[in-house]
Design a protein around this ligand. Structure first.
Ligand SMILES: [Zn+2]
Ligand SMILES: [Zn+2]
Length: 262
């Protein structure tokens, strides 16, 4: 299957493109966002990495046809999970939050939740982040600012376009059940991140959410999802299901992955 068949995209206007892996029909299929900046273009999340995303972007002319006028392209992962970070190795410039750099550099199947064993991969694709992101990082990221929002994973970030009131949220929030039971998930961090999201809506800093999965949505829905999570997590502090899932997924992932088991 060619690269042109593997991916599909929609233009959202204002230099923003929504790219998806058409032939990965799964709730794990992550959205890939491409954003044209004045001096820097940014791709947010990279899918599984099974076909060349840079070739697709080039072939479709998404960043313009004139090679003289091309900006550098930085690939940023909202977090290190496999469905978002799989294609990072295809890019020269890679950004990820400092808390998850090691997982990418060392190929940690447990933290990236790949459900693969090392024996199944002959040569793991190497990723060497060139941009180590922290709360507040904004230079080199087009018009985006990094908001560190741990909870789903420890290095999860949202990317905020303040001027246009857009928020790229990765798996911190999307229009579906939020996952807080994976390795390095943390419920009380997740509550704090959701409180921050509510604050962004209340101070009218977000109009549109471009999430890591499923469709885009507006500020009201963001408010409802974030407050819904907070009240569920706070009224059910024992969170038996979270505990059970976390234990089960931890055991399963470690069993699959001999390197992280030791
Ligand atoms: Zn994730
Ligand atoms: Zn995801």
């Amino acid at each position: 299957m060619s690269v042109a068949d593997w991916y599909a995209h929609k233009t959202l206007g204002d230099g923003i493109f929504w790219i998806q892996e058409r032939f990965y029909q799964s709730f794990n299929r992550a959205n890939i966002w491409l954003l044209r900046g004045t001096h820097q273009d940014v791709v947010i999340d990279t899918g599984l990495g099974l076909r060349s995303l840079p070739d697709y972007i080039d072939a479709q002319g998404l960043l313009g046809e004139d090679p003289q006028r091309k900006n550098p392209l930085l690939a940023v992962a909202t977090h290190a999970h496999f469905d978002h970070s799989g294609g990072l190795h295809q890019f020269q410039q890679v950004g990820v939050h400092s808390a998850e750099v090691d997982a990418l550099v060392n190929g940690d199947n447990f933290e990236t939740v790949t459900w693969l064993s090392d024996r199944e991969i002959i040569e793991p694709p190497a990723v060497q982040p060139t941009h180590i992101l922290q709360e507040g990082t904004s230079h080199t990221l087009a018009q985006l600012t990094v908001l560190h929002m741990p909870g789903h994973s420890r290095g999860s970030i949202c990317l905020h376009d303040r001027e246009n009131k857009l928020l790229f949220t990765g798996d911190v929030v999307y229009d579906g059940a939020m996952i807080d039971w994976l390795p390095y998930s943390h419920v009380s961090d997740y509550i704090s991140s959701c409180e921050r999201l509510v604050g962004l809506v209340d101070s009218e800093q977000v109009d549109q959410v471009l999430p890591g999965h499923y469709n885009t949505f507006g500020a009201k829905r963001l408010h409802r999802i974030a407050t819904g999570y907070i009240s569920r997590a706070e009224t059910c502090p024992a969170k038996f299901s979270t505990f059970a899932w976390k234990t089960l997924s931890g055991v399963a992932l470690r069993a699959f992955n001999p390197r992280s088991a030791c």
